[in-house]
Design a protein around this ligand. Structure first.
Ligand code: FAD
Length: 468
């Protein structure tokens, strides 16, 4: 049977594109080499990590956080196997959900490795080695990303002692010591999980700051908060070796600016230095599909590669490696393939770090505005002046709104604090509609809520906050 669309990869980019295309009347097939749908995000990424972040946070609260609320004497006992079971059950219900969506939308699923034979043809090879060729009007490459190592350093991942994020969500024992190489989102989230469960965690980061690329003020404050929680963070440190030892592994690093090397030992080392676009075995070179100098599939403004009829989206193309960016691209591309006008606004893509407290951001950072020579104004409001935050003992952190000095249009929003990942969306919607700090500051917010701090920060950018 000939398809309108064959999608290779069933992560958030691929499955959402398939569902949307089917909803718009296209005949769709999805090829997935993993045993379950949902890609990195649902199987080994966003979803399992959030299940563990939530469970470990509850544990940590019960163990340390309730005395000041008058709840004393809690002595929680960790059942790690059960916690991992909760994570696995969460993954299962999510990947089953994608299978249900495929069935509901009459999408044909093919389990096997997809290879592009050229425009209009995809070969699928099953685990048993059986091959079939699917014919289609359009091909979407949505093969995502894979773990990247450390440039210039040989890392032998065994996923038990030297682990990637995949091993770090499945450790069978809480390591006494954990070294995390890379102070980005994934390293800090998974480092937090094991720290809450009892590990002594050391983070080694190449840049001068953790969460490189985030607003500088936010990442500085966040680093202080993590240090207060007990995380040992070494910035400006270049890792030169990761090796197994008799009792675990050791990491050697030296100051980026030059100086003496340090070697630390731990039971487990998590290498979380980023991800690379995944195009292995796809046959792109033979099919003439061009990659850029970072190995990403090159696309135009309509997601089309240099070969007509072959498209790509998600982690395998340019832009932030985020599930919701991939999803929005999936929707836009399906609309384009169905003859509609699909579009993604790359200026308004939120990003969230699901630690405690959370960090969330959308739009430009102060550093980016400065570098671009944009005249801007800043409104900031601390949670320590917010009634609900005081009631919840969640006063750490602040909201920061950046607005154009002339027009008052909101250009960026940054939050570090409890619930930041939910609160960021009101700034996101406002920015999508081209709203101003005054619009946000004059919008009635329910009292008492953490979100009132967003309103107050906007008031601060526009004129003055009331409660400070
Ligand atoms: C630990 C971790 C936590 C994360 N947390 C978050 C988060 O909280 N929020 C967020 O936004 N992002 C998060 N991410 C990133 C997110 O997972 C990715 O941005 C997202 O999965 C990208 O979606 P995708 O569809 O492009 O690719 P993927 O989800 O990587 O899916 C690609 C799929 O293609 C399949 N595939 C590859 N090659 C072939 C082939 N030749 N034939 C058939 N199938 C193939 C793969 O098996 C895979 O299932 C996290 C990532 C990790 C690792």
């Amino acid at each position: 049977m000939a398809y309108d669309l064959v999608v290779i990869g069933s992560g958030p980019g691929g499955y959402v594109c398939a569902v949307k295309a089917a909803q718009l009347g296209l005949k769709v097939a999805v090829v997935e080499k993993r045993a379950t749908y949902g890609g990195t995000c649902l199987n080994i990424g966003c979803i399992p990590s959030k299940a563990l972040l939530h469970a470990s946070e509850m544990y940590s609260h019960a163990a340390h956080g309730m005395d000041s609320l008058g709840i004393e004497g809690l002595a929680p006992k960790l059942n790690l196997a059960k916690m991992l079971g909760h994570k696995d059950a969460t993954v299962k219900s999510n990947v089953d959900g994608v299978a249900f969506l495929f069935k509901k939308n009459k999408i044909d699923g093919f389990q096997g490795t997809g290879k592009v034979l050229g425009a209009g043809k995809v070969a699928v090879t099953s685990d048993k080695g059986e091959e079939q060729v699917l014919e289609t009007k359009a091909i979407v490459i949505a093969t995502g990303s894979d773990v990247a190592g450390i440039p210039g350093v040989k890392v032998d991942f065994d996923e038990k002692v030297i682990v990637s994020s995949t091993g770090a969500i499945a450790l069978e024992k809480v390591p006494e010591n954990l070294i995390v190489v890379g102070g980005g989102v994934i390293g800090l989230e998974l480092g937090s999980v094991w720290m809450r469960l009892g590990s002594k965690v050391t983070v080694v980061e190449y840049l001068d700051t953790i969460l490189g690329g985030m607003d500088g003020e936010v990442s500085k404050q966040f680093q202080r908060m993590l240090a207060k929680q007990g995380m040992d963070i070494r910035v400006g440190a270049k890792v030169t070796g990761v090796e197994k030892t008799k009792s675990g592994a050791k990491v050697t690093f030296e100051p980026v600016k030059g100086g003496e090397a340090t070697t630390l030992e731990a039971n487990v080392v998590l290498v979380a230095t980023g991800r690379r676009p995944y195009t292995d075995g796809l046959g792109l070179a033979e099919a003439g599909v061009a990659l850029d100098n970072r190995g990403r599939v090159e696309i135009d403004g309509h997601f089309q590669t240099n070969v007509p009829g072959i498209y790509a989206l998600g982690d395998v193309v340019r832009g932030p490696m985020l599930a919701h960016k991939a999803e929005d691209e999936g929707v836009a591309l399906a609309e384009i393939l169905a003859g509609q006008a699909g579009h993604v606004n790359y200026d308004v893509i939120p990003s969230v770090v699901y630690t405690q407290p959370e960090v969330a951001s959308v739009g430009k950072t102060e550093e980016e505005l400065k570098a671009a020579g944009v005249a801007y104004k800043v409104g900031k409001f601390p949670f320590s002046a917010n009634g609900r935050a005081r009631a919840m003992l969640a006063t750490d952190g602040f909201v920061k709104i950046l607005a154009d000095k002339e027009t008052d249009r909101v250009l960026g929003g940054h939050i570090v604090g409890f619930g930041a990942g939910e609160m960021i969306h009101e700034i996101t919607v406002l920015m999508e509609f081209g709203g101003s700090a005054e619009d946000l500051g004059r919008t009635c917010h329910a009292h008492p809520t953490m979100s009132e701090a967003v309103k107050e920060a906007a008031l601060g950018a526009f004129f003055k906050p009331i409660h400070m």
